[in-house]
Design a protein around this ligand. Sequence first.
Ligand SMILES: [Zn+2]
Ligand SMILES: [Zn+2]
Length: 303
Amino acid sequence: MTTTLMQPGQIEAAAGNIPELRLPPADVFRVRARRFEQLADGHAMADYLRFAAGLAHAQQGLLDAGPAGELPAPGRIEQCREHGMPPLAPAGLARPAWHDTARALARSVQPLLTPAGRSALQPLLDGQAAWLDEQAAYLFDNDLEHVDAAVAPVIGAALQVHWTQLARRLEPARVARPELPNLCPVCGSHPVSSVVRIGGAENGLRYLHCTLCSSEWHVVRAKCSNCDNTRDIGYYHLEGGNRVVEAESCPECRTYLKIVHLEKYPQADPVADDLASLTLDLLMDETEHTRSGINWYLIHGHP
Ligand SMILES: [Zn+2]
Ligand SMILES: [Zn+2]
Protein backbone atom coordinates (compact mmCIF):
# COMPACT_ATOMS: atom_id res chain seq x y z
CA MET A 1 0.00 0.00 0.00
CA THR A 2 1.33 3.44 -0.75
CA THR A 3 0.40 6.56 1.11
CA THR A 4 0.60 9.92 -0.55
CA LEU A 5 1.64 12.63 1.83
CA MET A 6 1.19 16.19 0.83
CA GLN A 7 4.25 18.37 1.10
CA PRO A 8 3.82 21.92 2.49
CA GLY A 9 4.09 23.40 -1.00
CA GLN A 10 1.30 21.16 -2.29
CA ILE A 11 -0.95 22.02 0.63
CA GLU A 12 -0.48 25.69 -0.16
CA ALA A 13 -1.28 25.03 -3.80
CA ALA A 14 -4.46 23.17 -2.84
CA ALA A 15 -5.54 25.92 -0.47
CA GLY A 16 -4.33 28.51 -2.95
CA ASN A 17 -6.98 27.72 -5.49
CA ILE A 18 -7.88 31.36 -5.52
CA PRO A 19 -7.71 33.43 -8.68
CA GLU A 20 -4.57 35.56 -8.30
CA LEU A 21 -5.36 37.53 -11.45
CA ARG A 22 -8.76 38.72 -12.68
CA LEU A 23 -8.60 39.84 -16.29
CA PRO A 24 -11.18 42.55 -17.14
CA PRO A 25 -14.78 41.39 -17.71
CA ALA A 26 -16.57 42.28 -20.99
CA ASP A 27 -18.82 44.87 -19.30
CA VAL A 28 -16.20 46.62 -17.14
CA PHE A 29 -17.00 50.11 -18.47
CA ARG A 30 -20.78 49.56 -18.48
CA VAL A 31 -20.71 48.68 -14.78
CA ARG A 32 -18.58 51.76 -14.14
CA ALA A 33 -20.88 54.07 -16.13
CA ARG A 34 -23.90 52.84 -14.16
CA ARG A 35 -22.13 53.38 -10.86
CA PHE A 36 -20.99 56.90 -11.84
CA GLU A 37 -24.63 57.75 -12.68
CA GLN A 38 -25.84 56.31 -9.38
CA LEU A 39 -23.20 58.25 -7.40
CA ALA A 40 -24.01 61.51 -9.22
CA ASP A 41 -27.47 61.76 -7.64
CA GLY A 42 -27.33 64.49 -5.01
CA HIS A 43 -23.52 64.55 -5.06
CA ALA A 44 -21.56 67.81 -4.78
CA MET A 45 -19.61 66.73 -7.88
CA ALA A 46 -22.74 65.60 -9.77
CA ASP A 47 -21.84 67.26 -13.09
CA TYR A 48 -18.37 65.78 -13.12
CA LEU A 49 -19.63 62.31 -12.18
CA ARG A 50 -22.17 62.49 -15.04
CA PHE A 51 -19.37 63.46 -17.43
CA ALA A 52 -17.37 60.45 -16.15
CA ALA A 53 -20.46 58.24 -16.66
CA GLY A 54 -20.72 59.43 -20.27
CA LEU A 55 -17.02 58.79 -20.82
CA ALA A 56 -17.24 55.23 -19.39
CA HIS A 57 -20.34 54.59 -21.50
CA ALA A 58 -18.49 55.69 -24.65
CA GLN A 59 -15.54 53.49 -23.64
CA GLN A 60 -17.85 50.48 -23.47
CA GLY A 61 -19.12 51.19 -26.99
CA LEU A 62 -15.56 51.19 -28.33
CA LEU A 63 -14.61 48.09 -26.32
CA ASP A 64 -17.64 46.28 -27.76
CA ALA A 65 -16.62 47.34 -31.29
CA GLY A 66 -13.82 44.81 -31.12
CA PRO A 67 -10.06 44.48 -30.98
CA ALA A 68 -7.95 47.13 -32.67
CA GLY A 69 -4.57 46.11 -31.26
CA GLU A 70 -2.36 43.08 -31.65
CA LEU A 71 -1.12 41.04 -28.70
CA PRO A 72 2.63 40.51 -28.51
CA ALA A 73 3.77 37.26 -30.17
CA PRO A 74 3.25 34.09 -28.04
CA GLY A 75 7.03 33.71 -27.68
CA ARG A 76 7.32 37.20 -26.25
CA ILE A 77 4.45 36.59 -23.78
CA GLU A 78 6.18 33.38 -22.63
CA GLN A 79 9.50 35.21 -22.24
CA CYS A 80 7.77 37.79 -20.02
CA ARG A 81 6.24 35.03 -17.89
CA GLU A 82 9.63 33.35 -17.41
CA HIS A 83 11.26 36.61 -16.32
CA GLY A 84 8.37 37.86 -14.18
CA MET A 85 7.71 40.80 -16.49
CA PRO A 86 4.34 42.32 -17.44
CA PRO A 87 3.54 41.25 -21.05
CA LEU A 88 1.64 44.44 -21.91
CA ALA A 89 4.07 47.09 -20.58
CA PRO A 90 3.46 50.31 -22.55
CA ALA A 91 7.11 50.70 -23.61
CA GLY A 92 7.49 49.19 -27.04
CA LEU A 93 3.89 47.98 -27.33
CA ALA A 94 2.26 49.06 -30.60
CA ARG A 95 -1.03 50.88 -30.13
CA PRO A 96 -2.44 51.56 -33.57
CA ALA A 97 -5.56 53.69 -33.88
CA TRP A 98 -5.55 54.92 -30.29
CA HIS A 99 -5.59 58.52 -31.56
CA ASP A 100 -8.87 57.75 -33.36
CA THR A 101 -10.22 56.22 -30.14
CA ALA A 102 -9.30 59.37 -28.19
CA ARG A 103 -10.98 61.62 -30.77
CA ALA A 104 -14.10 59.43 -30.88
CA LEU A 105 -14.37 59.59 -27.08
CA ALA A 106 -13.89 63.38 -27.10
CA ARG A 107 -16.71 63.79 -29.65
CA SER A 108 -18.98 61.53 -27.54
CA VAL A 109 -18.52 63.50 -24.32
CA GLN A 110 -18.41 67.04 -25.72
CA PRO A 111 -22.23 67.47 -25.56
CA LEU A 112 -22.05 66.72 -21.80
CA LEU A 113 -19.72 69.65 -21.18
CA THR A 114 -20.12 73.37 -20.64
CA PRO A 115 -18.84 75.62 -23.46
CA ALA A 116 -15.61 76.07 -21.46
CA GLY A 117 -15.22 72.31 -21.06
CA ARG A 118 -15.88 71.80 -24.76
CA SER A 119 -13.18 74.23 -25.80
CA ALA A 120 -10.76 72.67 -23.28
CA LEU A 121 -11.12 69.40 -25.23
CA GLN A 122 -10.51 71.07 -28.58
CA PRO A 123 -6.69 70.57 -28.51
CA LEU A 124 -7.37 66.85 -28.46
CA LEU A 125 -9.49 67.06 -31.61
CA ASP A 126 -7.08 69.43 -33.39
CA GLY A 127 -3.86 68.02 -31.93
CA GLN A 128 -1.20 66.35 -33.99
CA ALA A 129 -0.36 62.70 -33.40
CA ALA A 130 2.94 63.70 -31.75
CA TRP A 131 1.12 65.90 -29.22
CA LEU A 132 -1.26 63.06 -28.33
CA ASP A 133 1.63 60.63 -27.89
CA GLU A 134 3.39 63.16 -25.68
CA GLN A 135 0.28 63.49 -23.48
CA ALA A 136 0.03 59.70 -23.24
CA ALA A 137 3.70 59.51 -22.21
CA TYR A 138 3.06 62.02 -19.40
CA LEU A 139 0.22 59.86 -18.12
CA PHE A 140 2.33 56.70 -18.28
CA ASP A 141 5.12 58.48 -16.35
CA ASN A 142 2.60 59.97 -13.89
CA ASP A 143 4.07 63.37 -14.79
CA LEU A 144 1.10 65.42 -13.61
CA GLU A 145 2.92 68.74 -13.95
CA HIS A 146 3.09 68.49 -17.72
CA VAL A 147 -0.12 66.65 -18.47
CA ASP A 148 -3.00 68.76 -19.82
CA ALA A 149 -5.48 68.04 -16.98
CA ALA A 150 -8.53 68.92 -19.10
CA VAL A 151 -7.80 66.34 -21.80
CA ALA A 152 -6.11 63.73 -19.57
CA PRO A 153 -9.35 61.87 -18.64
CA VAL A 154 -10.19 61.36 -22.32
CA ILE A 155 -6.65 60.39 -23.29
CA GLY A 156 -6.50 58.03 -20.30
CA ALA A 157 -9.88 56.58 -21.27
CA ALA A 158 -8.69 55.87 -24.84
CA LEU A 159 -5.58 54.11 -23.55
CA GLN A 160 -7.75 52.11 -21.14
CA VAL A 161 -9.94 50.90 -24.02
CA HIS A 162 -6.91 49.62 -25.93
CA TRP A 163 -5.21 47.96 -22.99
CA THR A 164 -8.44 46.45 -21.67
CA GLN A 165 -9.11 44.94 -25.10
CA LEU A 166 -5.65 43.37 -25.12
CA ALA A 167 -5.77 42.21 -21.48
CA ARG A 168 -9.07 40.43 -22.12
CA ARG A 169 -7.35 38.25 -24.73
CA LEU A 170 -4.60 37.01 -22.37
CA GLU A 171 -4.76 33.82 -20.31
CA PRO A 172 -4.18 34.34 -16.56
CA ALA A 173 -1.86 31.30 -16.41
CA ARG A 174 0.45 32.94 -18.97
CA VAL A 175 1.06 35.96 -16.74
CA ALA A 176 3.68 35.87 -13.95
CA ARG A 177 2.97 37.06 -10.44
CA PRO A 178 4.33 40.57 -9.99
CA GLU A 179 7.61 41.04 -8.20
CA LEU A 180 6.23 44.21 -6.61
CA PRO A 181 2.68 44.01 -5.26
CA ASN A 182 2.01 47.64 -6.18
CA LEU A 183 2.33 47.14 -9.94
CA CYS A 184 -0.06 45.43 -12.33
CA PRO A 185 1.25 41.99 -13.45
CA VAL A 186 -0.29 42.52 -16.91
CA CYS A 187 0.93 46.01 -17.85
CA GLY A 188 3.12 47.24 -14.96
CA SER A 189 0.90 50.26 -14.15
CA HIS A 190 -0.14 51.53 -10.73
CA PRO A 191 -3.49 50.69 -9.15
CA VAL A 192 -6.41 53.12 -8.88
CA SER A 193 -7.63 51.58 -5.63
CA SER A 194 -8.38 48.13 -4.24
CA VAL A 195 -11.63 46.23 -4.03
CA VAL A 196 -12.91 43.43 -1.77
CA ARG A 197 -14.81 41.10 -4.12
CA ILE A 198 -17.82 38.96 -3.24
CA GLY A 199 -19.09 35.60 -4.46
CA GLY A 200 -17.38 32.46 -5.76
CA ALA A 201 -13.69 31.75 -5.26
CA GLU A 202 -12.95 35.48 -4.87
CA ASN A 203 -15.28 36.01 -1.92
CA GLY A 204 -13.70 38.29 0.67
CA LEU A 205 -10.44 38.64 -1.26
CA ARG A 206 -8.86 41.99 -1.89
CA TYR A 207 -7.70 42.91 -5.41
CA LEU A 208 -5.83 45.94 -6.67
CA HIS A 209 -7.47 47.48 -9.78
CA CYS A 210 -5.15 48.58 -12.62
CA THR A 211 -5.47 52.16 -13.82
CA LEU A 212 -4.54 51.22 -17.41
CA CYS A 213 -5.68 47.70 -18.38
CA SER A 214 -8.54 47.16 -15.84
CA SER A 215 -6.99 43.88 -14.64
CA GLU A 216 -7.08 43.09 -10.93
CA TRP A 217 -4.46 41.27 -8.88
CA HIS A 218 -4.74 39.71 -5.44
CA VAL A 219 -2.93 41.30 -2.51
CA VAL A 220 -3.71 40.06 1.01
CA ARG A 221 -5.64 42.48 3.16
CA ALA A 222 -4.02 44.52 5.93
CA LYS A 223 -0.79 44.71 3.97
CA CYS A 224 0.56 47.92 2.47
CA SER A 225 0.65 47.34 -1.28
CA ASN A 226 3.16 50.15 -1.64
CA CYS A 227 5.92 48.83 0.66
CA ASP A 228 4.82 45.35 1.86
CA ASN A 229 4.55 46.50 5.49
CA THR A 230 1.94 44.65 7.58
CA ARG A 231 2.36 46.52 10.89
CA ASP A 232 -0.08 49.11 12.21
CA ILE A 233 -2.06 49.49 9.00
CA GLY A 234 -4.73 52.13 9.65
CA TYR A 235 -8.21 52.61 8.19
CA TYR A 236 -9.89 55.96 7.72
CA HIS A 237 -13.44 56.69 6.65
CA LEU A 238 -15.71 59.69 6.60
CA GLU A 239 -17.74 60.26 9.73
CA GLY A 240 -21.34 59.17 9.28
CA GLY A 241 -20.47 57.50 5.97
CA ASN A 242 -21.49 53.98 4.97
CA ARG A 243 -17.86 52.77 4.93
CA VAL A 244 -18.16 51.37 1.40
CA VAL A 245 -14.87 53.17 0.82
CA GLU A 246 -12.05 53.34 3.36
CA ALA A 247 -8.51 54.64 3.07
CA GLU A 248 -5.95 52.00 4.04
CA SER A 249 -2.88 53.80 5.34
CA CYS A 250 0.65 52.72 6.09
CA PRO A 251 2.79 54.28 8.85
CA GLU A 252 6.03 53.07 7.17
CA CYS A 253 5.81 54.73 3.75
CA ARG A 254 3.12 57.30 4.72
CA THR A 255 0.88 56.42 1.77
CA TYR A 256 -2.71 55.26 1.49
CA LEU A 257 -4.80 53.36 -1.02
CA LYS A 258 -8.60 53.31 -1.01
CA ILE A 259 -10.33 50.00 -0.39
CA VAL A 260 -13.84 49.55 -1.85
CA HIS A 261 -16.05 47.02 -0.04
CA LEU A 262 -18.47 45.17 -2.32
CA GLU A 263 -19.75 43.23 0.71
CA LYS A 264 -21.20 46.56 1.89
CA TYR A 265 -22.47 47.66 -1.52
CA PRO A 266 -22.33 45.10 -4.37
CA GLN A 267 -22.71 47.71 -7.16
CA ALA A 268 -19.66 49.71 -6.00
CA ASP A 269 -16.84 50.13 -8.49
CA PRO A 270 -13.12 50.54 -7.68
CA VAL A 271 -12.79 53.50 -10.06
CA ALA A 272 -16.14 55.31 -9.69
CA ASP A 273 -16.25 55.00 -5.91
CA ASP A 274 -12.65 56.16 -5.66
CA LEU A 275 -13.44 59.34 -7.62
CA ALA A 276 -16.69 60.07 -5.80
CA SER A 277 -14.95 59.84 -2.40
CA LEU A 278 -12.67 62.80 -3.09
CA THR A 279 -13.57 64.20 0.35
CA LEU A 280 -11.75 61.24 1.90
CA ASP A 281 -8.63 62.22 -0.08
CA LEU A 282 -8.85 65.71 1.39
CA LEU A 283 -9.06 64.18 4.88
CA MET A 284 -6.02 61.97 4.17
CA ASP A 285 -4.13 65.02 2.97
CA GLU A 286 -4.56 66.47 6.45
CA THR A 287 -3.15 63.28 8.03
CA GLU A 288 -0.05 63.74 5.83
CA HIS A 289 -0.41 60.50 3.96
CA THR A 290 0.29 60.59 0.21
CA ARG A 291 -2.12 58.93 -2.19
CA SER A 292 -0.56 55.89 -3.93
CA GLY A 293 -3.53 55.27 -6.25
CA ILE A 294 -3.86 56.95 -9.64
CA ASN A 295 -7.27 57.71 -11.14
CA TRP A 296 -7.14 59.02 -14.70
CA TYR A 297 -10.81 60.08 -14.69
CA LEU A 298 -9.73 62.94 -12.46
CA ILE A 299 -6.14 64.06 -12.23
CA HIS A 300 -5.78 64.91 -8.56
CA GLY A 301 -5.21 68.50 -7.70
CA HIS A 302 -6.52 69.45 -11.17
CA PRO A 303 -10.30 69.01 -11.11
ZN1 LIG B 1 -2.63 46.67 -15.96
ZN1 LIG C 1 3.74 51.24 3.10
